[in-house]
Design a protein around this ligand. Structure first.
Ligand SMILES: Cc1cc2nc3c(=O)[nH]c(=O)nc-3n(C[C@H](O)[C@H](O)[C@H](O)COP(=O)(O)OP(=O)(O)OC[C@H]3O[C@@H](n4cnc5c(N)ncnc54)[C@H](O)[C@@H]3O)c2cc1C
Length: 456
């Protein structure tokens, strides 16, 4: 592609991508204002300092003590979803579509969690095998997102009849998640890290979060913990367990289609990475050591060590006959944490139950099979409901499963479907004025089916 596009060419490109001329003109206008030819240094304006109450911690007897401080409540909502990964995205869209006020808080600047920010691009377990037939178990909000990606050039592969485990382009996925969140009318807080909870006795009433504006609060009738790591239910004191699991870092290589596969193979390189919609790019998974993702020193060490070994690997490939054109396109913006905290739910779903395909009266989703080689496994609502804590549901990779089922439960398809279920249940509990654990199952299942979900 040409490096310097004319305004007309850029408009045509953006319009071709379905972004419309209004959006295109704004982007172009912003670019021109930000860097006009006559003033290459971006404009900087002095603004009056906002009044900001300060509550610095103090050193008392060698200990750092925080003073009591009132927090500004920036939002009151019906359903609050914390975490905008596959689970949180689906939860927020499903809840908002039911018609309750829905808010989503995400610590990074985009949605998708490990899927987009972790560059884990293949949606495994989208299907299962029932009576010898391939059955799509990933339906509802998650499948709608994938279907919409099929309308965009080079955004998804293997999302078609007879295919399974689709792989998506991370930027197209982020773009489509933005679209669906916006269309559903979800109020979004990006760049906001939930650090604590607001409790009223044993009932969760909201969260405290940090941002560039300091510490603020959001109050909610129901909170969906879709942080992956159970940050909310842990802060609220809900019973849970913590596991150490392989922490990796995914990367992508570019120019993969300009290498010489035969020469690389002769040099002992079997594969450069996994398929992506763009033929020139491959993504490369990394397992990494099983360590503690709640220990920031470990995260720091791993991030830097993984990046160094990835850099060295790609440099080595570039020196290998056949791999000369290859380059390191990107390391994932976020470290690949697979599992940490798991909720103690009112039902712990086990591997044995899943393989047996046990039916549950409170089934709200169905898990798939890694290579679509075995049957789907119903997921009960009880796996998302804390034993005691009120006002919270969990979704995604932190719900209540036994050790052997973790590898299946944490896959993107199951996180999308449990997110869809948790968001719908949270919205229904608000609408009917009951506690989340008390939602009428027949009503919940009817709503889910009406939203295209698959319950077996
Ligand atoms: C290296 C690696 C390889 C994998 N390979 C595959 C694969 O090939 N196929 C597959 O299907 N699955 C794969 N997985 C699993 C899958 O990607 C994840 O389990 C899945 O994305 C989990 O979805 P989730 O929404 O539950 O959590 P996440 O994707 O982790 O999303 C959680 C979201 O919450 C946000 N968040 C967390 N804490 C806070 C907080 N305190 N405040 C505000 N926001 C917060 C995060 O920023 C993130 O956006 C892989 C995972 C890893 C790490």
């Amino acid at each position: 592609m040409k490096a310097n596009l004319t305004r007309r060419e850029l408009l045509r490109l953006l319009a071709g991508a379905g972004l419309g001329t209004a959006f295109a003109s704004r982007v172009v206008a912003d670019e021109i204002t930000a860097a006009p030819k006559s003033a290459p240094v971006p404009e900087s304006k002095l603004v009056p300092l906002a009044e900001r109450p300060r509550y610095p911690a103090t050193l008392v007897g060698g200990r750092v003590i925080q003073p009591e401080r009132p927090l500004k409540v920036v939002q009151e909502t019906d359903v609050l979803v914390v975490g905008g990964g596959p689970a949180g995205f689906a939860a927020a869209v499903a809840s908002a579509r039911i018609g309750v006020k829905t808010t989503l808080v995400e610590r990074y600047g985009y949605f998708g969690g490990q899927w987009t920010g972790g560059l884990v691009l293949v949606v495994i377990s989208s299907h299962a095998k029932e009576n010898g037939q391939l059955v799509k178990v990933l339906r509802g909000v998650g499948d709608e997102l994938l279907e919409r990606l099929t309308k965009i050039d080079s955004a998804v592969v293997n999302q078609a009849p007879g295919k399974f485990n689709p792989t998506t382009d991370p930027e197209a996925t982020k773009f489509m998640m933005d679209e669906m969140i916006r269309e559903a009318g979800v109020k979004v807080f990006l760049h906001c890290w939930v650090a604590d909870v607001v409790m009223d006795g044993s009932v969760l009433r909201g969260v405290v979060f940090e941002s560039k504006a300091g510490r603020q609060a959001i109050l909610a009738k129901v909170v969906v913990d879709a942080t992956g790591d159970g940050d909310v239910f842990a802060a609220a004191g809900a019973e849970h367990e913590q596991r150490l699991h392989a922490i990796g870092l995914v990367h992508r290589v570019g120019n993969a289609d300009r290498t010489d596969a035969a020469k690389l193979k002769a040099a002992g390189v079997k594969a450069l990475g996994s398929l992506e919609p763009l033929p020139s790019v491959k993504w490369v998974n990394l397992r990494g050591p099983s360590t503690d993702c709640l220990d920031v020193a470990e995260l720091t060490r791993l991030e830097m060590e993984h990046r160094r070994s990835i850099w060295q690997r790609v440099q080595q490939l570039r020196k290998t006959p056949g791999g000369e054109g290859l380059f390191l396109l990107q390391t994932a913006p976020q470290l690949g944490v697979r599992i940490s905290r798991l909720l103690a739910g009112t039902h712990q779903l086990t591997y044995a139950e899943a393989r047996e395909g046990r039916k549950f009266a409170d089934a709200v989703a169905v898990g798939g099979a890694q290579n679509a080689q075995h049957r789907g496994w119903p997921i009960p609502f009880g796996a998302m409901v804390p034993k005691k804590l009120e006002g919270l549901l969990a979704a995604g990779r932190c719900i209540c499963v036994d050790e052997k089922l973790i590898e299946d439960m944490r896959l993107i398809a199951s996180c999308l479907t449990t997110g869809h279920a948790a968001g719908t249940a949270a919205a229904l509990s608000v609408q009917t004025g009951c506690r989340p654990r008390e939602v009428e199952m027949a009503k919940l299942q009817k709503l889910l089916l009406g939203q295209g979900a698959y319950l077996g």
